[in-house]
Ligand binder design. Sequence first.
Ligand code: SAM
Ligand code: DTB
Ligand code: SF4
Length: 336
Amino acid sequence: MSTMMQNGENTDIRNNWSLEEIKAIYNKPVLELIVEAANVHKQYQATGEVQVCTLLSVKTGGCPEDCSYCPQAARFHTDVEVHKLLSQEQVISAAQRAKDGGSTRFCMGAAWREVRDNRDFDKVLDMVKGVNEMGLEVCCTLGMVNEYQAEKLKEAGLYAYNHNLDTSEENYSNIITTRTYDDRLDTIENVRKAGISVCSGGIIGLGETDEDRIGMLHTLSTLVQHPESVPVNALVPVKGTPLENQPLVTVWEMVRMIATARILMPKTMVRLSAGRERMSVTDQALCFLAGANSIFTGEKLLTTPNPDFDADKAMFDLLGLTPRKSFKEEAQHVCS
Ligand code: SAM
Ligand code: DTB
Ligand code: SF4
């Protein structure tokens, strides 16, 4: 830790954190934790810059999995309207709207357990190509992928793949029974091997303990390479799901997760993800101070509401935040 604080070299990024160390960070008095995280943030990240990403559900509902938080699982009776795969035109026009609204990353989500080698996957590959050609960083979240499918996505121009661990290994079977933690880790490894940027985080507010939150952060921060982005979602309780009556998480719980993630994974983009709709600007400001530097914009996440464009624009103006340039642009700049 001290070497990391001294020189900020890449080599100081640690992936050997112990559970005890993480616990000690997570349990610090919250204001002290924020200050420490803010210092790490200042050292490793461009403070004041926030990555702006937009989501689109390209295939909605009817999912065979039983993730107890998710409105898209076929077995729960929610108000989500099932929709087959969108057309290429629908996706490109949504991506254009996102780009016009200042987004640099466009993430397409599908309510699939896993990718299958069929025509729908070929269509998704075309969507990836199309969005990539628009100069956006393309991200997908399509469920489990094997090595071969990850390579095809990479060839099509995929920049990042989102695959969340969601909770700790110990708590996993209380939340999802239709797949295992190892299934999740295997997909992350396949994505990494294909040379795609890894986006993986989780949800708080599922009824998990602090130990579960710490356990999930331990798994993420001890991967051979840290995920390039870690989304921290607050559960959006949806009517009809088993978790519909879960109490809302507090801002302090979000701040603790974000700050701990920032300290453990200094170079990672930490995303303040689901749950912003219920947070005030003051709450969100605390999360940015604690090291969050990425958000989803646009009035919908996948199926649930998100603050609208004007509200986020006003928040950026008020807090003096600027949208981050895309990593793709930066890479081109370095090459040219
Ligand atoms: N089916 C794919 C999968 O599970 O990986 C991709 C889509 S899935 C909806 C993507 C992520 O959304 C989940 O891993 C979970 O973290 C998040 N999510 C789903 N429902 C949520 C909810 N009600 N509140 C917060 N996050 C949620
Ligand atoms: C992530 O971690 N959060 C996003 C994105 N990755 C795919 C999804 C949040 C979904 C919230 C519930 C919904 O809108 O359906
Ligand atoms: Fe399906 Fe993904 Fe929802 Fe789980 S989180 S039910 S896999 S869409």
